[in-house]
Design a protein around this ligand. Structure first.
Ligand code: FAQ
Length: 311
């Protein structure tokens, strides 16, 4: 890759022109996108597991219908994102293989269990809320197929966020035991949700280059701060607290100060040693094994069709 080529590419990015699949692009740009988009796709697919577990135990028919729709949306987002990654010259099989062998990362948040019905509310409110904060910025990503995927996905995530918030609102207006259950769910999920934004900026290996290429538009800490500022008033409206004794409004910066994240826990979970990492991979491996007949049938059907067309 010549200096000239890299400069011309950067000029296009700086001029806010979208980069499309057949456009020439630096190999590092392509690799970064495959990494990020595939990790994002895997997160959606693994992200179906904690909530999927509650579909059969939803408290009412209406709650069940909404949760079922949300989990299906996540599956759809995963497939949509795998397609976006495929435009960069990797195959779906390759990416699936990376997930099933544990070679690929996916968001740390999905390695925590959903222990009570209130967790389903807290996941929708906080996890989808964090996802939206990150993904709204990605709607302006320089890579066309990813940015367009994000626009549709964000619309669906905002329904997810509201269904979660409404579950918590209902619990908070209920009995003392229900309100306690809501508070405990927020206590469990708050910190893992803040970890979704990634390592501290000083430890974020990819941020500078990704921001230069306009793949990322804001730093990890910047988006995390925005999330805290938007979410604390929502907790107050619910009558719940966030589990941080150091949370305090800072008038000067017009934002909240908050405690440092437990980075040891973050890296432990990212590296495979969270509460549910092994179970999540096992569940995906089982689903893949059990779906083998569908793939075989689809291939056999495609071959038969091709044969009929030749005859
Ligand atoms: N978990 O240099 P950076 C959803 C890794 S939302 C695990 O800062 P980067 C919706 C990172 O990959 C969740 N690993 O990296 C939903 C890198 O490792 P590598 C998914 C993490 O890429 C809701 C290393 O640490 N959303 O699914 C995490 O510039 C409810 C160094 O980090 C996305 O993926 C983490 N939390 O910034 C579904 C959004 N953080 O590749 C179901 C798109 C960092 O060198 C239910 N992704 N790492 O081996 C992004 O915006 C970025 O990739 C970041 C990380 C911000 C996540």
């Amino acid at each position: 890759e010549t200096e000239e080529f890299l400069e011309a590419f950067q000029k296009r990015v700086d001029a806010e022109q979208k980069i499309e699949p057949n456009d020439p692009m630096p190999e590092g740009y392509r690799r970064t996108l495959v990494r990020q988009i595939s990790q994002h796709a895997h997160s959606e697919i693994v992200g179906m597991l904690p909530e999927g577990n509650w579909i059969t135990r939803a408290p009412t028919l209406r709650r069940k219908a909404a949760l079922l729709a949300k989990v299906q949306d996540e599956g759809g987002h995963g497939l949509y994102l795998y397609s976006a990654a495929e435009t960069l010259g990797v195959s779906r099989e390759e990416l699936t293989d990376q997930l099933l062998t544990g070679a690929a990362k996916y968001s740390s948040i999905f390695n925590y269990p959903a222990l009570t019905w209130a967790d389903i509310g807290a996941i929708g409110w906080l996890v989808d809320g964090a996802a939206i904060m990150n993904q709204i910025a990605l709607c302006r990503c320089s890579y066309g197929p990813y940015s367009r995927a994000m626009i549709r996905i964000c619309k669906e995530e905002s329904f997810h966020q509201r269904q979660g918030y409404e579950i918590l609102l209902t619990l908070c207006r209920g009995t003392d035991a229900q309100k306690k259950m809501a508070q405990e769910a927020v206590n469990r999920i708050w910190w893992p949700a803040l970890m979704m934004f990634g390592p501290h900026d000083s430890a974020s290996t990819h941020s500078d280059q990704s921001m230069h290429w306009k793949i990322k538009r804001f730093s990890n800490d910047n988006l995390r701060d925005k999330f805290v500022n938007a979410t604390v008033p929502q907790a107050e409206y619910l009558g719940l607290t966030v589990p941080d004794p150091n949370l305090k409004w800072n008038e000067e910066k017009q934002g909240y100060d908050y405690s440092d994240i437990d980075w040891d826990e973050f890296w432990r979970v990212v590296k495979g040693d969270g509460i549910c990492n092994r179970d999540r991979i096992k569940a995906r491996q089982k689903a893949h094994r059990e779906g083998a007949w569908v793939r075989e049938a689809a291939l056999a059907f495609a071959e038969k069709r091709a044969g009929a067309a030749d005859a």
